[in-house]
Design a protein around this ligand. Structure first.
Ligand code: NDP
Length: 300
């Protein structure tokens, strides 16, 4: 039995960012258009601060206009909605991202609904979810978009393949299933009520794990040669007991990687698989939104 190909999401994302940078440069010279992304952070959640910093840096590196709004933790919903209204009306901003989670006094659904769907680069607005569901062009959530790009790179044509998506969240599982359907895969969506999940997974040519449970999907659940995309990001205690006792952690996926890599045909590692694709696809969505705002065809 040969070992699985390890899908290098980090390298793929770096290459994608390079292509986005070249497209941004072309827009600037040919159309005097600079794609702009506004990221809004409310409060001081350390993980969110890091994500927002990385998003800002990568946006600038791609040659785009980057604005970060850092608001205090006691910001009211009305204040946040006012800012979103301003960003919706700002012609230099083509993408708006409100970093989640939001503090408890703010209803995330009301905030996401207030973003102009054509600037909704997270793809979470119901209008974009609807567009994806009926096959209209819209803005697609970044993580599943990144997964699809990796899959197409590894497999090429997904037509007729059986894809099992474990997880049905609005931000990963459901849009992933819709993208796979559009690519003509046969799609099964599994969730916490699915009966005999291991057997369902064993039927998959393509297995997408988006569960949020560390290493839940075992090697024995995977069909030989299947392509495994692990979306999960779970923090668990460090391997070394002394380090774990000192509170050190490591990140693992939803798939038991060491078991799976001896059976799968290809697999994404965690970290270094799907994760880096998410920000790269945020930049891609910003580029797409900027192109559409001027009636220019977005890049493929
Ligand atoms: P959610 O918690 O919103 O959804 C988890 C899904 O998994 C639900 O549909 C749930 O089913 C299902 N589920 C939970 N337990 C089981 C079980 N025992 N058996 C079968 N299904 C189960 O998570 P997200 O979709 O937001 O995220 C999933 C994972 O992906 C997380 O680890 C998250 O950190 C990671 N993630 C990674 C990103 C990246 O950039 N790489 C971006 C976004 C998320 P039910 O609906 O029935 O409750």
């Amino acid at each position: 039995m040969t070992e699985a190909r390890i899908i290098d999401g980090k390298a793929f994302a770096a290459d994608l960012r390079g292509r986005i940078g070249a497209a941004v440069e072309h827009l600037r010279t040919a159309y005097a258009l600079v794609p702009g992304l506004a990221v809004v952070l409310v409060g001081e959640n350390p993980a969110s601060q890091l994500y927002v910093k990385n998003k800002g840096e990568q946006t600038r590196e791609a040659g785009m206009h980057s604005v970060t709004h850092r608001l205090p933790a006691d910001t009211t919903q009305e204040q946040l909605l006012r800012l979103i209204g301003q960003l919706n009306a700002d012609p230099s901003i083509h993408g708006i991202l409100v970093q989640l989670p939001l503090p408890p006094q703010i209803d995330p659904a009301a905030v996401l609904a207030a973003i102009d769907p054509d600037k909704d680069v997270d793809g979470f607005h119901v209008v974009n979810a609807g567009r994806l569901a009926v096959g209209l062009p819209g803005l697609v959530p970044c993580t599943p978009l990144g997964c699809l790009m990796l899959l197409k790179d590894v497999v090429g044509d997904l037509r007729g393949l059986h894809a099992v998506v474990v997880g049905r969240s609005n931000i990963v599982g459901k849009p992933m299933a819709n993208l796979l359907l559009q690519a003509n895969a046969t799609v099964t969506v599994a969730h916490s009520h699915t009966v005999d999940l291991p057997e369902v997974c064993r039927g998959a040519d393509i297995l997408i794990a988006a569960v949020g449970r560390p290493e839940m999907i075992r090697g024995s659940w995977i069909k030989e040669g299947a392509i495994v995309i692990d979306v999960g990001i779970n923090r668990v205690p460090a391997r070394d007991p002394a380090a774990a006792a000192a509170g050190k952690t490591r990140v693992v996926g939803d798939v038991a990687f060491e078991e799976a890599k001896g059976i799968a045909g290809a697999i994404t590692p965690v970290p270094g698989g799907v994760g880096p694709m998410t920000i790269a696809c945020l930049l891609l969505n910003t580029l797409t939104a900027a192109c559409r705002s001027k009636g220019i065809s977005p890049p493929d």
